[in-house]
Write a protein that binds this ligand. Structure first.
Ligand code: NAP
Length: 323
């Protein structure tokens, strides 16, 4: 089978498209014939070495979708032919076949294409975790999704809308703003405009500010987020690419909380609950992954360039195999 591999950390050019042996399922494991793979910013951080060491050669990716080919001894609840997505893999998702622990494999509803299902795992699990677990959001609260045009942002807008939040979103292009509106934001603002946060705050109920801000670029926004929080407001830091200086008084004023989150920290039992909720939302159509671009697996390097472009996000970038 073919897979993407890299032998050293570096830029997108280190990614090679190679012939590799097929994986074999051991006890508790399954092999998946991969149809589509979701490309996430974290894949590029791992490729560049920001996330610590990896055994070389290394195949990136966690979010594969496809059809179960074989199941190892002791696996129950999954069978060859099942259509699934993975939340983690042993041999890497950027491949025509992947090996995964059975407990990292989830069935998805029949109404979803493989490409759409590749947009589920990291974006939707992260958005759900941030909004409902970390921020402890409840229906009726006003939430600002900062970066509502990207993978996690669109997921957050849809989940927040489905759960009865009042949803505001930001994006950096007209296309991104229209997308956020279409997916459930009631108001949208361009994060490139001067004074956009104050303008957004003015439109919250009684101008009190946001109960929750889901932050995709904390190093740019965190110091400006705190003054637009309502009393007892929470900022969940989902994405960050640098350092930032804040005035702690802004947090004192609102009894505010700044909450970090990393999907890898979610305990397995809570992860199962998140994926059960996502299944229901995907099945009833409240959650609809938006795929902005599809590329062949061999063009993984281009996908890594595209996913890190500073602006112009429009849903997920997905790699397709020839399976
Ligand atoms: P993505 O699809 O590339 O989207 C990036 C988003 O950031 C776009 O909506 C983009 O908007 C927006 N953005 C750009 N400049 C911004 C600014 N100044 N203020 C606010 N938003 C801005 O990436 P993603 O998959 O959604 O991930 C978003 C971030 O979360 C990444 O940094 C990723 O590494 C991180 N993440 C963290 C976790 C975790 O477990 N903590 C999990 C998943 C992702 P425009 O393109 O419209 O300008």
């Amino acid at each position: 089978m073919k897979a993407i591999r890299f032998y050293e950390f570096g830029g997108p050019e280190v990614l090679r498209f190679e012939e590799v042996p097929d994986p074999v399922a051991g006890p508790g494991q399954v092999t998946v014939s991969v149809k589509a793979i979701g490309v996430n910013p974290v894949d590029t951080y791992i490729r560049s070495g920001t996330y610590g060491t990896r055994p070389f050669p290394f195949t990136p990716g966690s979010d594969a979708t496809g059809v179960i080919e074989t199941v190892g001894e002791g696996v129950s609840g999954l069978a060859p032919g099942d259509t699934v997505y993975t939340s983690a893999t042993i041999t890497g998702a950027y491949a025509e076949k992947t090996l995964a622990e059975a407990n990292n494999v989830y069935l998805f509803p029949k109404n979803l294409s493989f490409s759409s299902a590749a947009g589920v795992n990291i974006p939707y699990a992260t958005a759900y975790r941030a909004l409902l677990h970390r921020a402890g959001g409840v229906a009726g609260e006003t939430v600002l999704v900062h970066g509502a045009s990207g993978g996690v942002g669109i997921a957050a807008v849809q989940i927040a809308r489905a759960y009865g939040f009042n949803v505001f979103g930001t994006a950096g292009t007209e296309e991104g703003l229209a997308l956020a509106l279409r997916e459930g934001a009631s108001r949208v603002f361009n994060h490139r405009d001067e004074g956009y946060l104050e303008a957004a705050k003015a439109e919250t109920p009684d101008g009190k500010g946001f109960d929750i801000i889901l932050e995709m670029l904390a190093n740019v926004n965190l110091s400006k987020d705190l003054p637009v929080l309502a009393t007892y407001g929470r900022v969940v830091v989902i994405g960050n690419r640098g350092t930032v200086e804040i005035n702690p008084r802004d947090a004192m004023r609102a009894d505010a909380s700044i909450l970090g989150m990393t999907l890898f920290n979610v305990p397995p039992s809570e992860l199962d609950s998140i994926h059960a909720a996502l299944y229901a939302g995907l099945e009833n159509g409240m959650l609809r992954p938006v795929i902005g671009k599809e590329l062949p697996l061999s063009e993984a390097a281009q996908a890594h360039i595209d996913v890190m472009k500073p602006s112009g996000a429009h849903g997920k970038i997905v790699l397709l195999t020839e399976n």
